[in-house]
Design a protein around this ligand. Structure first.
Ligand code: PEP
Ligand code: MG
Length: 329
């Protein structure tokens, strides 16, 4: 079906009943940006800035970071890019972070000193990245997203740090972005319990289903023995996402999904059924997911979902597969 997917490149991701789905790609390197033109995606919904840090032998200097971010924005043109601040630490420990000394081994690195936790404590690192992003996006819109936020204050501190950098640059009469939009990943379940408190501060929310699944099921995402054990179409995940989507849309905060779950056609269908209208996925999945979207009646599925969510099943995979087959999705 390769040719069929390629032929859809320039067709919009619209369901049969006219619901426009924003289809974005996940990226992390300058070369990944070619995927935008190849797939016809609407933008980059997750740019993992830690890739540059991970492939580097030393801490990337501000100029190098800035150059990458500017090249990424140039390649994207009018299409939006959401930059996620570095998600390093834990299992992605950088030997150069502690003045050459490797971080102490952590017993549970995925639950460890990583991402925004490290970023707010090592705020020198975060300030450098903030300046690099703000200067790279001068005269344009900058979309920033913070990883592993567990409580609203972490988001607020990170945003305050960015705003202080923005004032600093502005105070030196240098150009700043026209607009800065701040969002957070929802990948730590605890954040869902404070959602009403954080939503008024957010320009957008992005559900990271990779870590969310790991933390919701207490199941290591890197452990092959557990890889098949829990289904993304389990009631726990879908009900969780459903609540987050309802609350976010009630407060008019755009909400999307940027984990691998959205890159599988049936899973993406279920997410759209829950009200999600933006997905950021691996480039290779754009074709199959767009084909699904263009054959879907979103209204019919959305009407069916409340009932499906109350069925005490182990997984909704069979029900959703049967429905898709019957509807010709
Ligand atoms: C996620 O956790 O779902 C996510 C998108 O981020 P990463 O895979 O980089 O942890
Ligand atoms: Mg994650």
């Amino acid at each position: 079906r390769r040719a069929e997917f390629a032929a859809m490149r320039d067709l919009p991701a619209v369901t049969k009943d006219g619901v426009r789905i924003e289809l974005m790609v996940n990226a992390g390197l300058r070369d990944d940006m070619a995927a935008l033109d190849v797939t016809g995606a609407d933008g980059v919904g997750l740019f993992r800035t830690e890739f540059q840090f991970l492939v580097s032998a030393t801490l990337p200097a501000r100029e190098r970071q800035q150059r990458l971010y500017r090249e990424v924005l140039d390649a994207a043109g009018d299409r939006p890019v959401i930059f996620r601040t570095v998600d390093i630490g834990g299992d992605k420990a950088l030997p150069y972070l502690n003045g050459g000394r490797a971080d102490e081994d952590e017993e549970n690195p995925a639950l460890g000193w990583r991402a925004i936790r490290l970023g707010l404590e090592r705020d020198g690192l975060m300030k450098v990245q903030a300046r690099a992003l703000l200067e790279a996006a001068a005269g344009r819109t900058l979309n920033v997203m913070f990883p592993m936020v567990s409580e609203p204050w972490e988001f607020e501190e990170a945003r305050t740090l960015f705003e202080a950098q923005r004032k600093w640059i502005h105070g030196r009469n240098r150009p700043t972005p026209i607009h800065v939009r701040y969002g957070t990943m929802l990948e730590v379940p605890a954040l869902a319990e404070s959602l009403d408190m954080i939503l008024p501060q957010l320009d957008f929310l992005s559900i990271g289903t990779n870590d969310l699944t790991q933390f919701l099921f207490a199941a290591d995402r890197a452990n092959p023995k557990l890889a098949e054990r829990y289904d993304w179409l389990s009631p726990a995940i879908l009900r969780f996402v459903n609540r987050v989507v309802r609350q976010s849309l009630d407060q008019r905060v755009p909400v999307g999904v940027c984990g691998e779950m959205g890159g599988r056609a049936l899973e993406a269908m279920a997410l759209i059924g829950l009200g999600i209208d933006r997905l950021s996925i691996t480039p290779a999945a754009i074709g199959p997911v767009k084909a699904m979207i263009r054959s879907l009646d979103a209204g019919a599925l959305r009407a069916l979902m409340p009932d499906l969510l109350t069925r005490p099943l182990r997984s909704m995979r069979d029900d959703l597969t049967a429905w898709a087959a019957q509807e010709g999705v």
